[in-house]
Design a protein around this ligand. Structure first.
Ligand code: ZN
Length: 419
């Protein structure tokens, strides 16, 4: 039965410890090492497992920094020779046991000094505590339960079984940051069954055995076996990045603590880049982007009008010799190809028109529109597609699509089938 007397529960701030190797087995990608004590939290309850190092106690003193390096090539200041890297701590077969997944073996009985990747663990403690604060506030305000939880490096995803509007989420964020500023204690309690019966707490599922309840005074009580910071103030910052609703559920993406601050730095930097580029003040960026977008639409419209004028002039100069008119021009979109066909049928003697242009996207295809005053073009279109590696179709008197062919191949096939 889980007793919660492991080092990561009794002292969640322990970042170094001494232990002895009790087993070492080959495991996928390396080795699985068990110790007689550990501060490494094993993956579980939505919280990622710890990373870090195990150094044999009899290892020689570290060499100078320049000679050292991690597997990624990052220089590290003080890595002793013989250092074993823990890429993830995971639960062992028995409750309360931990397997350290490592890149190298250690002999059973070896005394080791363990050290956590503290930035990683501290980030996860801030994230996990922040998640409790947010889930507690949502539960208190709206009665929604946290029905899904994933802690990633880029963000924490929390799913609630009800709809939260962006305004409501912003209110939750403000209240969460107020709880952070209030700096109230975060306590992990191990109540007796009788005490537990009298407690009001959030719990995702029924557990057997001892229940651990994490209490944040005035904010939340929740059954949880993760690691947390000691007071809400140490969360530092709660930032909701995104709110999405789907089928009566809401997914909130948030960041806490150091990672939230980094995300804010990143966002401010991007805003600065954008405002510099637009030569406007930060607060004027949305208006400036809207103005640019409006100008772009207007220019598109003007370009379209100009193109149509050019097409009109061109059509006026056409003097088709037969019933078929084929026209190839650069830079026309499908709308303009269609317009060209309509105008040509209207203003020339031709009764069938094929308008071609290099397809947008620069993949060497030819965009086409075929139009006829009286003939059904669908069968011919099918044949042309077959011969020219094409796709597309349409109504009897107008078809459109693209061909994977050269201009010469397309014009020859058109002349043969429609001429
Ligand atoms: Zn927790």
């Amino acid at each position: 039965m889980e007793t919660f007397d492991e080092l990561y529960y009794t002292d969640p701030y322990a970042r170094e410890f001494d232990a002895r190797v009790t087993s070492c087995e080959p495991a996928e990608g390396g080795f699985a090492i068990a110790l007689d004590a550990t501060a490494f939290y094993p993956t579980g309850g939505g919280q990622p497992g710890d990373r870090g190092t195990l150094v044999p106690a009899d290892a020689p003193a570290p060499a100078p920094a320049a000679a050292q390096g991690t597997p990624e090539g990052e220089p590290t200041a003080t890595e002793a020779p013989g250092t074993v890297h823990v890429r993830e701590a995971v639960p062992g077969a028995e409750p309360g046991t931990v397997l350290h997944l490592t890149d190298a073996p250690l002999a059973v009985g070896t005394r080791v000094h363990g050290a956590l990747d503290w930035t990683w663990r501290r980030d996860n403690m801030e994230a996990h505590t922040g998640e409790h604060i947010v889930s507690g506030i949502v539960h208190a305000l709206f009665g929604y339960d946290n029905v899904g939880f994933h802690m990633g490096e880029k963000c924490i995803e929390v799913d609630f079984d009800g709809i939260l509007t962006p305004e409501q989420a912003l209110d939750v964020e403000r209240r969460a940051n107020q709880a952070v500023r209030d700096d109230v204690p975060v306590r992990a309690l191990l109540p007796t069954p009788e005490q537990l019966d009298a407690m009001d707490y959030r719990s995702k599922k029924d557990h057997d055995g001892q229940i651990r309840v994490v209490v944040i005074d005035g904010v939340d009580s929740c059954a949880c076996c993760g690691t947390h910071v000691a007071t809400t103030g140490q969360v530092g910052l709660v930032k909701i990045l995104r709110v999405g609703t789907k089928k009566k559920k809401t997914r909130i993406e948030l960041l806490c603590g150091r990672r939230a601050l980094e995300a804010c730095e990143d966002l401010t930097g991007r805003l600065r880049d954008t405002s510099n580029f637009l030569s406007v003040a930060d607060e004027d960026v949305p208006d400036a982007v809207r103005r640019l977008s409006g100008e772009k639409d207007e220019l598109k419209h003007l370009l379209k009008q100009a193109n149509r004028k050019i097409i009109d002039q061109e059509v006026a100069s056409f003097s088709p010799t037969g019933a078929l008119l084929t026209c190839y021009r650069d830079g026309l979109d499908v709308d303009e190809l269609r317009y060209l066909c309509e105008r040509a049928l209207e203003r020339t003697e031709a009764t069938t028109c094929a308008a071609l242009s290099p397809a947008a996207g620069g993949d060497g295809r030819i965009a086409y529109v075929l139009a006829s005053e009286d003939a059904d073009l669908r069968a011919a279109c099918k044949q042309l597609n077959g011969r020219l590696g094409g796709r597309g179709g349409g109504k009897p008197h107008m078809v459109q699509g693209s061909w994977a062919a050269t201009r010469e191949e397309a014009e020859a096939a058109i002349a043969e089938l429609l001429g």
